[in-house]
Design a protein. Sequence first.
Length: 303
Amino acid sequence: MKAVIDLGSNTFNLLIADIKNNQLNVAVNLEFPVKIGKGGLVNNFITESAMQRALTALSQFKSYIDQFEIVEIKALATSAIRNASNGNELIHKVKQLFDIDIAIINGIVEAEYVYLGANNSFKLPKDEVLVMDIGGGSVEFIIGRNENILWKQSFDIGAVRLFEMFKPESPLLASDILTIKNYILNELKPLKIALSNFPLRTLIGTAGTFETLVDIVIKDLKVIPISLSKNAFEISMHEFEAFKEMMITSTLEQRLNLKGMLDFRAEYIPIASILIDVIIEMAEIKKLVCSNFSMKEGALFSM
């Protein structure tokens, strides 16, 4: 067995699995809402309460790791920790308390793992695709064709970061949506250029928000999406529009009452839905695929 710990800006994830016949044999797959970026993401600082939540999560992860014969552990820190002025303090504490070595990876490496994860979740189309991973601190975009990455970049426009920057109302005001959209579009100028060089019509969203999108389509919109594999589903543009409208017109309380909503995603998911909407318009997307695999699965396949 091998273990991957994904220390994201909103959630920490633990995956313990081995690979047989190019398929993951999963023993443990945990998601812990650490929200390490909360209260300090814009200022690039991990607050004391966030630090404690991180150590609590890692203590639980360590107890699971100790139950299995783990031959290799890969612990990867992304946007919030790599940008935090006190990120190394957390890394030192984790080493001291749990003897786990955390590697801070840049956005490009993160993007490569994301693509590898998506590529192992279902059979990719023959044409170019755009893979999108929405994190709390950053969003990764990868243009690829089958096994090959053609273009990749990470942008500091994660859902938690944008929420803390703009502090939108709940439900979102029209002015909130316009301001956030304009900011995203300005930040994504390099992506727009890349899309002009690689015209495509398929967007593959990985894990997180996209898993919640599928759950809400099934449990709240009462629609069964097309299954491309046990780890990937196709969502129609009509279904996405219904999801987006539900997210941006609802209050936090209303979202928390949705059957397909995880509590820790409810606050930030309207921002995430705007991010997806911007990309669908920018790239003129016709096909939306939601993959359950993302960075941690890609990292495990790379081990």
